[in-house]
Design a protein around this ligand. Structure first.
Ligand SMILES: [Zn+2]
Length: 245
């Protein structure tokens, strides 16, 4: 994973601001992994993609993940913190192209794991149920029952749930759950951790902060934006401290 410079990260943030979450992930990874074809990145299962995003987050902002949430019962505020290694699973699947089989309700299905292209297609659906069907239509490759072809569009609800469950099991990195416990009322619960949303909101806050710093330094010294961004964060901070008195 290539470490991205401040200038590059800012360009990614600018481009990604107008993109959907799925496209942002590809923009980030395309910059960090220029050795991988755009096609290869788009065809990766979402779990594999998220594994790469975790590595990129680690090389960009470090391995510690920290966030604030509220207890669903007593509303007390909780600070949660964990290391990336605690939620990074062993890399088992590389491409979503590989097909898997599943027996459900007397049918035998073959399917592949959803990738970024599938998510982009599903995002244009009008509601959640239609989005699920779009994913299934794209990812379920065949359905056979007693040697005959079975209607697969739409899939019966029960079969659809089995396939989703199996996809989630096979691509576990895409479905990270974090266990929490409220220190005030001892209520325990689990919450989904979405590295893409987490990383992007950090990047957004970082970019806004950086632009304010650039403004302060440019106003004080008359330096060009490119020169300020080209400095290490350490040097920028020293100058900022001087400017801020
Ligand atoms: Zn509580």
């Amino acid at each position: 994973m290539r470490e991205l410079l401040a200038q590059e990260l800012l360009e990614i943030w600018e481009r990604g601001s107008a993109q959907s979450p799925t496209e942002r992930a590809l923009t980030l990874l395309h910059a960090a992994r220029p050795d991988l074809e755009t096609e290869t990145l788009a065809n990766m299962s979402i779990g594999r993609r998220d594994g790469l995003l975790l590595s990129l987050r680690e090389s960009t902002f470090g391995r510690r993940l920290a966030s604030i949430t509220n207890c669903p019962d007593c509303r007390a505020q909780l600070e949660l913190g964990f290391d990336i290694d605690q939620i990074r699973l062993a890399d088992t699947l590389v491409e979503s192209e590989k097909s898997h089989t599943l027996s459900a309700d007397g049918c035998e299905l073959t399917f592949r794991l959803p990738n970024s292209r599938d998510l982009v297609a599903a995002a244009s659906a009008s509601d959640v149920d239609s989005a699920r069907q779009v994913l299934m239509t794209r990812c379920v490759l065949s359905v056979r029952g007693n040697g005959r072809q079975v209607e697969s569009d739409p899939l019966p609800q029960q079969i659809l749930e089995r396939v989703e469950h199996e996809m989630s099991r096979l691509d576990a990195q895409a479905n990270i759950q974090v266990e929490l416990e409220c220190p005030s009322c001892r209520r325990g619960w689990t919450t989904a951790f979405d590295i893409l949303a987490f990383f992007w909101s950090e990047l957004d806050a970082w970019a806004q902060r950086l632009l304010v710093e650039v403004h302060r330094l440019a106003s004080a010294y008359g330096w060009r934006e490119a020169d300020i961004l080209g400095m290490s964060a350490t040097r920028r901070n020293i100058y900022l401290n001087i400017v801020n008195g």
